[in-house]
Design a protein around this ligand. Sequence first.
Ligand SMILES: [Zn+2]
Length: 163
Amino acid sequence: MKTLTPKAFASSGFRIVPLPTNVAEEARQAAQSGAADHVVIEVDSANGYPCRHCLRWAQPGERVILFPYAAIPAGHPYSETGPIFVHAERCDRYDATREYPEDFRNGRALRAYDARYNMVDAEVVNEGEPEQVIAKLFQNPKTEFLDARSVTRGCFTFRICRA
Ligand SMILES: [Zn+2]
């Protein structure tokens, strides 16, 4: 991996896809109405509760909603629903979509999927250079998108598409 500098690839190669705003809003409404699978949590650590909508760590004193999200929809061999957090209060959707989110430069695994949601590859982001891992995974023409997940707990964090 030497040809493409992170900055050059960041400006041309990929697009960050945070959780859609309507999904975050629906989770907030479900939590308010007392849905059993939507739990409001008081944040007690500075890097344990990543908000999938603004793509920042929720901070102590803030509240988040924990709920299940189908990152890979039902009906496929790799279908997967798992727990994610969003801020309980309204937050701004991450909009620097051509830049890898700074809060998650470490501690993520990137899973590559093809257009039919089959997992075709996966790599752990090490040394804080996710752009190089993204470039490498997108060199496979079968790769349609990447999902960034927690390397420890496996939870979906955000999607990365080709630019
Ligand atoms: Zn947020």
